[in-house]
Design a protein around this ligand. Structure first.
Ligand code: HEM
Length: 409
């Protein structure tokens, strides 16, 4: 652990003490009873089971078998070449894996291509705000979700956070792509691969003594409730931010944006009975599921430090310094979460960002009404994404792949 991280962990210890959560237990254990009504879901009804006790039974068993019989290298070899929605599932995959993927890649019958096209237009015009919220914003939230921070920290990918961020960004960028769910897009592919990775982690992490010691009693990670928590840190939280910043959205835009994330949740294995059918339903679920589980962990503080360090390095050619990155992160997630994440205070930059932000939003919102500007803004965002992926993968590129072990220390 480097010196900065060591200092951050001490801060984290203080934060945990303040939260009365010492001893490996984070506030995540204090989940309120599940009362969210399945009538507000896409399915319209449900079994009434708390999603804390639901995982992804079929693929969990499948990936456990793949790992135990030593098929991970074979599966990864074939998954690496599977990159477009319209591409057949690779024939070299084991038959049981292929059969499951054939079913898992199907869009739900409620998927609405008109809404998905509206989402694409929304992504084109507001790409930079969405990327800020889903990238640095979502990243800083994820490290304040104790179960997620710990799962990431103790899983294989936790050892190489640059590669891990690049891999996670593959899906994040893919959801926002203009052709995300079109035949030549790749969101179906990336979501199905991610579902397989999560299933593998459910088999592997319980074998990690490090994870077991900090899981707060959870025996199998990444329950459907956990997936929903992370899901809310993406579209629901982002929509709240856009409203807070007074970004004017049409109903078509906000409905389209929600829809693209509903489809993504389905492809990630969330049963339709838990997927909110409207923004109201999403906000109610957010209050019940997301807010109560946030809190500080030493792992989250270390991951935050690594993530912000990376962001400062990536943006340094544009004269963006670590203090500015820290201030921007704090501005995005607010003081409570920033303190839990151990983000340093930068009063000068914080004041400057607070003062400049309304003008930045007004400028962008005014500018997108001009001809060609949405396309131009999208192109700039595309370049930024390509740069980010190139930087994070040291020019080699990366693909989402199945882990075969936990992080070793
Ligand atoms: C892997 C996205 C929920 C823990 C991944 C990957 C993506 C992703 C794209 C593949 C990249 C990689 O292998 O690193 C998402 C999305 C979620 C979600 C969009 C919800 C909407 C969660 C939750 C947890 C979690 C709730 C834990 C509580 C992990 C772990 C890995 C992973 C441990 C594997 C890292 C490794 O390979 O070692 N996730 N995730 N994820 N995710 Fe998630």
């Amino acid at each position: 652990m480097n010196e900065v991280s060591r200092r951050k962990v001490l801060i984290a210890g203080g934060a945990l003490g303040a939260a009365g959560a010492l001893g490996g237990m984070a506030p995540a254990a204090a989940r309120p009873a599940w009362t969210w009504a399945a009538t507000s879901s896409l399915a319209g009804s449900g079994r009434g089971i708390d999603p804390q006790w639901v995982w992804d039974e079929e693929v969990d068993a499948l990936m456990a078998a793949v790992i135990d019989r030593g098929d991970v290298p074979l599966v990864n070899q074939h998954l690496a070449g599977w990159s477009r929605n319209d591409q057949p599932v690779p024939s070299g995959l084991p038959a049981d894996v292929r059969a499951w993927m054939e079913r898992a890649r199907q869009l739900p019958d409620w998927a609405d291509h008109g809404k998905l096209r509206a989402a694409a237009r929304f992504n084109e015009s507001r790409g930079i705000l969405l990327n800020l919220c889903n990238g640095p914003g979502g990243g800083m939230l994820s490290t304040a979700i104790p179960r997620e921070a710990r799962a990431v920290y103790y899983s294989k990918g936790g050892a190489d956070m640059e590669d891990r961020v690049a891999k996670t960004s593959i899906l994040g960028f893919s959801v926002g792509d203009l052709n995300a769910y079109e035949p030549d897009g790749d969101c179906i592919v990336q979501a199905v691969k991610t579902r397989m990775v999560h299933a593998s982690v459910r088999h592997l992490l319980p074998q990690s003594p490090h994870w077991e010691g900090t899981s707060g009693g959870q025996k199998i990670p990444i329950s459907i409730a956990d997936v929903l928590v992370t899901w809310h840190s993406l579209p629901t939280w982002t929509m709240k931010k856009l409203r807070e910043w007074r970004v004017r959205l049409t109903t078509e835009e906000s409905e389209g944006y929600l829809h693209s994330w509903q489809v993504t949740a389905h492809l990630l294995g969330v049963p339709d009975e838990y997927i909110p059918s409207s923004w109201d339903a999403a906000n109610t679920q957010y209050t019940q599921l997301f807010e109560p589980v946030l809190g500080p962990t030493p792992e989250g503080v270390i991951l935050t430090d690594i993530l912000l360090g990376q962001l400062a390095e990536q943006t340094s050619p544009f004269s963006v310094s670590r203090p500015l990155v820290d201030a921007l992160a704090r501005f995005l997630v607010g003081d409570r979460i920033a303190d839990w994440d151990g983000i340093d205070r930068e009063p000068l930059w914080e004041g400057a960002i607070r003062a400049a932000w309304p003008a930045f939003i007004a400028l962008r919102e005014g500018a997108i009404k001009l001809p060609l500007v949405p396309r131009l803004a999208w192109t700039i965002d595309e370049i930024a994404r390509a740069y980010l992926m190139f930087y994070l993968t040291k020019g080699k590129g990366t693909v989402i792949s199945i882990p075969d072990r936990n992080r070793t220390f």
